[in-house]
Design a protein around this ligand. Structure first.
Ligand code: SF4
Ligand code: FES
Length: 216
């Protein structure tokens, strides 16, 4: 994983942190609070232009985790999401929310996260995160998920193990949702394709070996 450069924007009551590499311009921030987040202004984030509670609320909508915050006024910090969910977007990344650990195959915890966008086209230069490369390569994949009826509460730690030159191995209680939010697949263990080549997306079918996928 590449080192992340985090920019800080100080307000009186809240400090906002921003990772340019993780931002794929879904624009929830700019649409939600244009007085605070304005791409045409420098600095582009002015935390004092609204209440700290509002700024925190909008940051929680950032699907990639590019934005995070720390309160300076004793206000509530970011809560853990109520469930571990993976949203499969059409032609795009996997949006993950939850109590997430990104781990190496030998069990090293590389990162702890609550919101992230994971590459599933295989082309990101910032793996395992999405960097919008799917747009450049014209990645096509449906946002469909096969439905199952597993009675499971998707809470607790969700481990995302980055298999070398292979899939994202999920461990823990989680639910995977289709892009339309209708089909839900619940499980405790599954491998998700991140090479872009699986014939059974979003799941891995071993194609990464045939195509010589490199996870670097
Ligand atoms: S919501 Fe997050 S990913 Fe979207 S534009 Fe804002 S910072 Fe970037
Ligand atoms: S990672 Fe794509 S098929 Fe295994």
């Amino acid at each position: 994983m590449k080192k992340e450069r985090i920019y800080s924007y100080q307000g009186d009551a809240i400090e906002v942190h921003y990772s340019l590499r993780r931002c794929i311009h879904a624009a929830e921030c700019v649409r939600g609070l244009p007085a605070v987040f304005d791409r045409d202004r420098r600095p582009w984030i002015e935390p004092d232009h609204d209440s700290a509670d509002r700024v925190a609320e909008i940051i929680l909508n950032c699907p990639t985790g590019a934005l995070t915050f720390a309160r300076k006024d004793g206000g509530a910090e970011e809560p853990l999401p109520a469930m571990n969910t993976i949203l499969v977007t059409e032609d795009g990344p996997l949006y993950v929310r939850g109590n997430v650990q990104i781990n190496s195959p030998d069990g090293l915890v590389l990162k702890e996260e609550t919101r992230l966008a994971l590459c599933r086209c295989g082309a990101s230069k910032n793996k395992p995160y999405c960097d919008n490369s799917h747009l450049k390569i014209g990645f096509q994949a449906s946002g469909e998920v096969r439905e199952n009826q597993l009675d499971l509460n998707p809470v607790g730690i969700l481990e995302v193990v980055l298999a070398d030159n292979g899939p994202l191995r999920l461990k823990g209680n989680f639910e995977i949702m289709s892009s339309d939010g209708i089909s839900i697949f619940r499980s405790t263990k599954i491998s998700l394709c991140r090479c872009g080549g699986s014939g059974n997306k979003p799941f891995c079918d071993g194609t990464h070996r045939k195509i010589g996928f490199s996870s670097q």
